[in-house]
Design a protein around this ligand. Structure first.
Ligand code: IFM
Length: 434
C-alpha cells in the first residue's frame, strides 16, 4: 500500500545529512594487480582501434574526445589518479568543499594477495586512510567490492563459484578487525546488476568487461552468491560495530514507457525487477539502508521488427552528457519515491556526470539535489548524497576520457585542480546545511 504523502518539510536535509563524494579503488588508486589490470593490457589496442565505430553515434562531441579515445594508453588504469599515495591531499580538497563524508572501496587483491595471505602494509594503509578522514571530521563509507576481483578468486570459480561467499566473508573479517569499529557505513558490494549484466549476460558488443560470458545459469549462481555474501558479511561487520549501517550500492535506472502498449509494459516490469528488486526483496530484513546509484532514465518501446522485440533508448528531450547518457534529474525523485515501500533509509551512494568542459556539472548537481529535497518532502528517508566522483577516474572499458571528477587530474603530473562545479557543489552544501 502506498504510504500517504507527508507534509513538505521546510528544511529537507537533516543536520547530520552526509554530504560526500565517492571513488573506487581500481578507478583511482593506481598500480593494481587484479583481473581488470590483466584484462586491460590485453584489450587496450582493440579498444583504441574500435573507439570511433563504438562511440561516434553515441557521444555528442566525438572530436573533443577523439585523441584520448584513440590512444591505447587511455585504456590502461596504470597509475590512475595515484590516490593511493595522495589521499591526504585529496581529503584536504574534499574538506575544503565542506563535505563531511567520503565513500571509497578497499581493493581485495591488494589486501589478500593469495587466499588467506594478507598484506600487512595494505591493511595499515587503509587504516591510515580512515584515520586521515576522521582527523578531518569526514565520515568514511567503505565499499568492500567494487567490480575488480583478485586473480586467485577467478581461479577458484569467481563470483559464481562455490568458494566466494566464504572467501569474501573472510576478507570482510580481516578488514573489520582493522577498521570495523571506526566505520559506521558500509556497502558490501557495488552495483550487482551491472556486474551481472557485464560479466554473465553478454555485456556490450565490444570487449567491455573481463571474461564476459552469455550464461544466465551462471548469472543466477552469481545472484544467489551475492545475496548470501551480503548477509554473511553484514553479520561479521555488526560483530565489530553493532550500530554499523550495512547496505548494497544498487545501480538504479529510471525506466519509463516510451510506448504505451502491453508488450512495452511487460519489458519495463522485467527491467524494474531484475536484478535489484529481486535482490532487495531477498535482503530487505538483512540490510540497514539502500544505496542508490542513479545516472539516467531510459525509455522502453516494444518493436516487433527488432531481434529482441524491444528497444531501450535515451529520451530525445534529455540533454546528453559526454558519454551520451541522458540527463534527467526527476529520475532521482522517481526512484527514491519507489523505494519508500521498503521502509529503509536511503543514501545516494553515486550520482554524477562526465563533463570535460565542466559546463553542465554545477547545474546537474543543483537539479539532482532539488529532486532529492522534493523526495524527502514527499516522505523518502534520504540520509546522504555522494557525488561521483571526487577525482577524474578510470571509467572501466572507456578508460580515462570521460571526466567525472569534481577535481581534475593532470594525466602526467597528477596535479589536482578543483573544477568550478566543485565550488558550486560547495555552495550548495553550505546553503542546505546552514
Ligand atoms: O564509474 C562508475 C562506477 O564504478 C560505478 N557506477 C557508475 C560509475 C559511472 O559509470
Amino acid at each position: 500500500m502506498p504510504r500517504p504523502k507527508l507534509i513538505p518539510v521546510k528544511e529537507p536535509f537533516a543536520k547530520d545529512f552526509l554530504w560526500g563524494a565517492a571513488t573506487s579503488a581500481h578507478q583511482v588508486e593506481g598500480h593494481q594487480h587484479n583481473n581488470w589490470s590483466v584484462w586491460e593490457a590485453s584489450v587496450a589496442d582493440k579498444l583504441a582501434k574500435n573507439a570511433r565505430s563504438r562511440l561516434i553515434n553515441t557521444v555528442p562531441d566525438w572530436k573533443a574526445i577523439q585523441a584520448e579515445a584513440e590512444d591505447p594508453v587511455n585504456y590502461i588504469s596504470g597509475s590512475a589518479a595515484d590516490h593511493y599515495n595522495r589521499y591526504e591531499e585529496d581529503f584536504d580538497l574534499l574538506k575544503s568543499l565542506g563535505c563531511n563524508a567520503y565513500r571509497f572501496s578497499i581493493e581485495w587483491s591488494r589486501v589478500e594477495t593469495k587466499p588467506n595471505q594478507y598484506n600487512k602494509a595494505a591493511l595499515t594503509h587503509y587504516r591510515n586512510m580512515v584515520q586521515a578522514l576522521k582527523k578531518r571530521g569526514i565520515t568514511p563509507m567503505v565499499t568492500l567490492h567494487h567490480f575488480a576481483d583478485p586473480i586467485w578468486l577467478e581461479d577458484k570459480g569467481g563470483w559464481h563459484g562455490p568458494a566466494v561467499v566464504e572467501s569474501f566473508t573472510a576478507f570482510a573479517r580481516a578488514i573489520s578487525k582493522q577498521i570495523g569499529q571506526d566505520i559506521d557505513y558500509w556497502c558490501t558490494v557495488n552495483e550487482p546488476g551491472s556486474y551481472l549484466l557485464q560479466r554473465y549476460l553478454g555485456g556490450g558488443a565490444w570487449p567491455a568487461w573481463p571474461t564476459t560470458v552469455m550464461n544466465p545459469s551462471l548469472g543466477y549462481k552469481y545472484l544467489k552468491n551475492v545475496i548470501s555474501a551480503h548477509k554473511s558479511v553484514r553479520k561479521v561487520i555488526k560483530e565489530a560495530n553493532p550500530k554499523a549501517m550495512v547496505g548494497i550500492a544498487h545501480g538504479l535506472l529510471d525506466y519509463q514507457l516510451g510506448r504505451h502498449d502491453p508488450l512495452s509494459w511487460i519489458f519495463k516490469k522485467q527491467l524494474d525487477y531484475i536484478p535489484d528488486t529481486y535482490i532487495l526483496n531477498r535482503i530487505r530484513n538483512d540490510t540497514d539502508f539502500i544505496g542508490v546509484n542513479y545516472y539516467m532514465r531510459l525509455l522502453i518501446k516494444s518493436r516487433l521488427s527488432s531481434p529482441q522485440y524491444w528497444t531501450i533508448k535515451k529520451a530525445h528531450d534529455d540533454p546528453a552528457n559526454d558519454m551520451g547518457w541522458g540527463i534527467y534529474p526527476a529520475g532521482l525523485y522517481n526512484i527514491t519515491q519507489k523505494l519508500i515501500r521498503y521502509n529503509l533509509p536511503l543514501i545516494v551512494t553515486e550520482n554524477g556526470i562526465p563533463d570535460t568542459k565542466d559546463n553542465l556539472r554545477g547545474k546537474y548537481i543543483n537539479d539532482h539535489l532539488a529532486e532529492l529535497a522534493r523526495s524527502i518532502s514527499d516522505g523518502a528517508d534520504i540520509r546522504g548524497y555522494f557525488y561521483w566522483s571526487l577525482l577524474d577516474n578510470y571509467e572501466w572499458s572507456e578508460g580515462f576520457w570521460p571526466k567525472f571528477g569534481l577535481v581534475s587530474i593532470d594525466r602526467k603530473t597528477k596535479n589536482r585542480t578543483l573544477r568550478q562545479s566543485a565550488l558550486e557543489y560547495a555552495s550548495l552544501i553550505k546553503k542546505y546545511s546552514a
